[in-house]
Design a protein around this ligand. Structure first.
Ligand SMILES: NC(=O)c1ccc[n+]([C@@H]2O[C@H](COP(=O)([O-])OP(=O)(O)OC[C@H]3O[C@@H](n4cnc5c(N)ncnc54)[C@H](OP(=O)(O)O)[C@@H]3O)[C@@H](O)[C@H]2O)c1
Length: 257
């Protein structure tokens, strides 16, 4: 059971910083706006056209732990909800440290990790370099479903052909090296099955992001018997994590309003 920091606090005295960039953050923003909670939504500013939010929104880094601590104090933030992506480890660790230093309670909202099912051919690896090592030595046709970061070490393995799926047109590949698809989730099973087949994919590399929006490629891989190299989430110590929007509202003391 998590502490309900907001239970004795009038909703009017709350001021929440919501660290976003995920579907869960957008759902929470909707719920906070509906509940009339004073909240600021924060984006890193990584995508050209971020999803519009029903809350006042700020964009860009805070300037490390010290910058975030200063922001919390200047903006009189009473609660921080970290709903960043499970792989946004720098931001999450900064939030733990800055909230501790500023005396502001912190809660993480994180979707559960994906779990293997019968028929899955998954190799679990700890990080990007282990994922690279897990690819075969012989040429493979790899769906590199890891976003736009950390592509370089894979592309340096020139024997493989890579399918990339990106939100923004940050790079292109010659047809001999791979193909870039511009798309933003949620993705469908039909679409991902067709994508894997059209490009003759033999291996998938994915972060264990969890959630429904990017799960279709794993279901399609199961159907097609394709191996998946799944990168484990980084562990963020020193914080409490919940998995749903109602649990966050309860923590803030606004559940049921
Ligand atoms: N990593 C992924 O696979 C992934 C996937 C989908 C979405 N995203 C989203 O994309 C954003 C960046 O992810 P990342 O992996 O680059 O993060 P990261 O490595 O943990 O963060 C790097 C720096 O970016 C700034 N930052 C990150 N998230 C922020 C936010 N919500 N508001 C303000 N500043 C933020 C912070 O800068 P300062 O130190 O200057 O404060 C942070 O130190 C996150 O919001 C995340 O939710 C990430």
């Amino acid at each position: 059971m998590i502490d309900n920091h907001g239970s004795d606090m009038a909703r009017g005295s709350l001021r929440v910083l919501l660290l976003g960039g995920t579907t869960e953050a957008s759902r929470l923003a909707q719920a906070l706006a509906q509940a009339g909670v004073d909240a600021v939504f924060s984006y890193a500013g990584r995508t050209d056209a971020p999803v519009a939010q029903p809350l006042p929104t700020r964009v860009g880094g805070f300037g490390g732990v010290a910058g975030l601590q200063a922001y919390l104090q200047a903006e009189r933030i009473t609660h921080v909800v970290d709903a960043t992506h499970p792989f946004a480890a720098q931001m999450s660790s900064n939030a733990v440290q800055a909230c501790a230093a500023a005396g502001v309670p912190l809660l993480a909202l994180e979707r559960p990790a994906w779990q293997a099912q019968a028929g899955d051919v998954w190799t679990h690896v700890a990080d990007i370099s282990a994922a690279l090592q897990a690819l075969p030595a012989e040429p493979a046709r790899v769906f590199l479903a890891i976003g736009k970061q950390n592509l370089a070490p894979f592309l340096a393995c020139t024997q493989h052909w890579y399918l990339l799926r990106l939100v923004d047109p940050v790079m292109d590949l010659p047809a001999t090296r791979g193909h870039v698809v511009l798309d933003r989730g949620p993705f469908t099973l039909e679409g991902d099955r067709a994508l894997l087949q059209a490009h003759g994919i033999t291996h998938i590399v994915s972060k264990n992001s969890g959630g429904a929006g990017a799960e279709a490629k794993l279901t399609a891989a199961r159907e097609l018997g394709l191996p998946v190299i799944l990168i484990d989430r980084p562990y963020i110590p020193g914080r409490t994590t919940v998995g749903s929007v109602p649990e966050v509202l309860h923590w803030l003391g606004v559940a049921g309003h």
